[in-house]
Design a protein around this ligand. Structure first.
Ligand SMILES: [Zn+2]
Length: 269
């Protein structure tokens, strides 16, 4: 009887080995997948931090705790996105300005990663629709790719730097392009960021956009007429204004300011 019990427990132990083995393999694989998805943020140097302080007003205006949060998001962004130069060598300042443009519009969100972006390609100056930058008919300052270029953003370095200069006014090309990607997160660049705008606000937002477009048309608005191109461009252009001159936007377009403040989860004025 005793030996019988002992033999049963021996068999049981033997039968457990494959299960234990498979469990180890299974959880090990899960661990590896999980580990692969977790991005180790790039740590920024003191020199990088000085560049943020020197060139990025949005960052300069943050309190120390928020600055830390901003830099953490920058580190994750830079670890997950490739930045390449065409006809130029990408500098530390280029990286800082691209990362700042990416983080400024999403700074109000707890979690956000640009799922629809793999790389940012920097050109020396404006380029044409065939991506030639040494052409006389070049006027594109930035664009986000679709079709075969999906996952790519192209930026002119001149436009990138101008957006963070004192003469930038209400414009910032790189922020504009990142806003297109935020708009694209629901699958359509249409000026309606569905993931950030509760359904009941969609119609009032559309109405607000079209009323303002009418004012631009009649020369009764200080919003860049490029916003007339379509709803997507209106959203991107108005967002540039929101991040570059929030006080002025709130003063001249209080409803538009409130709406953008709700979309981006930031009250900058
Ligand atoms: Zn655009």
């Amino acid at each position: 009887m005793r030996s019988c019990i002992s033999s049963a427990s021996f068999d049981l132990e033997m039968n457990l080995y494959p299960i234990i083995f498979l469990s180890v393999v299974f959880f090990g694989a899960l661990f590896l997948i999980f580990r692969k998805r977790k991005i180790d943020p790039i740590s920024l140097t003191k020199a990088d931090l000085s560049l943020f302080d020197e060139h990025v007003e949005f960052y300069r205006n943050l309190n120390p705790a928020k600055k830390k949060q901003f830099i953490k998001k920058v580190g994750v962004f830079l670890a997950s996105i490739k930045i390449e130069g065409v006809g130029l060598e990408v500098t530390a300042l280029d990286r800082v300005l691209i990362a700042a443009s990416a983080i400024i519009p999403i700074f109000g969100f707890d979690e956000w990663s640009y799922q629809n972006l793999g790389s940012v390609v920097l050109y020396p100056d404006t380029f044409n629709k065939d991506f030639q930058f040494e052409d006389s008919e070049r006027n594109i300052m930035g664009m986000v790719g679709n079709g075969f270029m999906n996952g790519q953003m192209i930026l002119s370095r001149t436009a990138l730097h101008h957006g963070f200069s004192k003469s930038a006014g209400k414009g910032n090309t790189a922020i504009h392009e990142f806003v297109h990607l935020i708009d694209d997160a629901d699958g359509a660049i249409d000026g309606i960021p569905e993931q950030l705008l509760a359904h009941e606000y969609t119609f009032p937002w559309l109405k607000m956009m079209h009323e303002e477009m009418e004012r631009i048309q009649k020369n009764k608005s200080d919003i860049n007429p490029y916003a007339l191109t379509n709803q997507a461009e209106f959203f991107a252009v108005a967002s540039e204004y929101f991040f570059e001159q929030p006080d002025s936007l709130k003063d001249k377009h209080p409803e538009l300011y409130e709406q953008l403040s709700m979309i981006f989860g930031q009250d900058l004025a």
